[in-house]
Ligand binder design. Structure first.
Ligand SMILES: NC(=O)c1ccc[n+]([C@@H]2O[C@H](COP(=O)([O-])OP(=O)(O)OC[C@H]3O[C@@H](n4cnc5c(N)ncnc54)[C@H](O)[C@@H]3O)[C@@H](O)[C@H]2O)c1
Length: 265
C-alpha cells in the first residue's frame, strides 16, 4: 500500500530538481503524475524516465491558459485530480532595491506568486467539485526569514505563504487542503546557478553542499528526498487534518543559528 494509491497529481516545474523528485516520490507511493514545465525536451525525458504512470505537458505557469490546460489534461487523462504541486520557480531578479526594474519585478512575481495562484484557482475548481484534494506549493525558507534570498524572491515566497493560508480558509469546508513547504538550501540547478556552477560535477556539488551545511542546525544541506517526502505526506490522507500550514523543511535553519555557533550559551 502506497501513501498515494489511486491518486492523480500534477507537478509544475517537474522536469528538474525538487519537482522531478516529488513526481518520483508520488509515483513510488502509487500516484499517477502529470508533469508540467517550460523545458519540453527535459520534461519529456523526465516523464519517460519515471515510467508509464508519468506524462508530460508543456506549461508556462505565468500563462493562465497553460495552467488551466495542464489541469484539464490531467483530468481528461485520469478522470480526477487529487494533488496539485505549485512548484515551478527560479530565483528571479536579483540586486539592489534601488535598481530593480518594474518589468523584472513583474516577471519574478508572475513566476513565483501568480503562477501558484493559477494552480490554486484551476486545480481548486476541480477539487471543490470532487469534494477533496490537496494543494501543495513550494515556498521557501526565504518566506520565513527576511534575511535569506533576493528581495523579490523572498517577497513572492512570503506572499505565497499568505495566499496558501487564505486559500486554506476558503477551501477547507469544501474538502480541499492547501499547504506550503518551505525548503532550505538544496543543491538543485537553481541553487547551483547562484554559485555560478550550473553544470556542476559531483565534486563541485559536494563542495557547494558543504558550504550550505554551515547554516542549518542539522549541519547539512537539504536533499530532494527531504522535500519530496514531506510533499508526499502533505499530499496524502495521512495529513487529512493539516491545512493552511507552511512547513519548513530546512534542518532548523529558520529557527535560528545552530548552538555550536552561538556566542552566548
Ligand atoms: N533548491 C532550493 O534550495 C530551494 C529552496 C527553497 C525553495 N525552492 C523552490 O523550489 C522550487 C523548485 O526549484 P528547484 O530548486 O527544484 O529548481 P530547478 O531549477 O531545479 O527546477 C525548477 C523547475 O521549474 C521550471 N520552471 C521555471 N520557470 C517555469 C515556468 N514559467 N513554468 C513552468 N516551469 C518553470 C524549470 O524549467 C525547472 O524545471 C522553486 O519554486 C524554488 O523557488 C528551492
Amino acid at each position: 500500500m502506497g501513501l498515494l494509491d489511486g491518486k492523480v497529481a500534477v507537478v509544475t516545474g517537474g522536469a528538474r530538481g525538487l519537482g522531478f523528485g516529488m513526481a518520483g516520490r508520488f509515483l513510488e507511493e502509487g500516484a499517477k503524475v502529470v508533469l508540467g514545465d517550460v523545458l519540453v525536451g527535459e520534461g519529456e525525458e523526465a516523464a519517460a524516465a519515471l515510467g508509464s504512470a508519468a506524462t508530460f505537458e508543456r506549461c508556462d505557469v505565468t500563462v493562465e491558459a497553460d495552467v488551466a490546460d495542464l489541469v484539464a489534461s490531467a483530468v481528461a487523462r485520469h478522470g480526477r485530480l487529487d494533488v496539485m504541486c505549485n512548484n515551478a520557480g527560479a530565483i528571479g531578479v536579483r540586486g539592489s532595491i534601488l535598481d530593480i526594474a518594474a518589468e523584472d519585478w513583474d516577471a519574478t512575481m508572475a513566476l513565483l506568486l501568480r503562477g501558484a495562484f493559477f494552480g490554486m484557482k484551476h486545480a481548486g475548481a476541480v477539487m471543490v467539485e470532487q469534494g477533496s484534494g490537496s494543494i501543495v506549493s513550494t515556498a521557501s525558507v526565504a518566506a520565513l526569514e527576511p534575511g535569506n534570498g533576493p528581495h523579490v524572491y523572498g517577497t513572492a515566497k512570503a506572499a505565497l505563504v499568505h495566499l496558501t493560508k487564505r486559500a486554506a480558509l476558503e477551501l477547507g469546508e469544501r474538502g480541499v487542503r492547501v499547504n506550503a513547504i518551505c525548503p532550505g538550501g538544496v543543491a538543485t540547478n537553481m541553487v547551483l546557478g547562484l554559485f555560478g556552477a550550473g553544470d556542476a560535477n559531483a565534486d563541485q556539488v559536494e563542495q557547494i553542499e558543504q558550504m550550505m551545511a554551515f547554516r542549518p542546525p542539522m549541519g547539512r544541506a537539504g536533499t530532494v528526498d527531504d522535500v519530496s517526502a514531506v510533499a508526499a505526506w502533505l499530499a496524502s490522507d495521512e495529513a487529512s487534518f493539516v491545512t493552511g500550514q507552511a512547513i519548513a523543511v530546512d534542518g532548523g535553519e529558520s529557527v535560528g543559528m545552530k548552538w555550536s555557533l552561538q556566542a552566548v550559551k
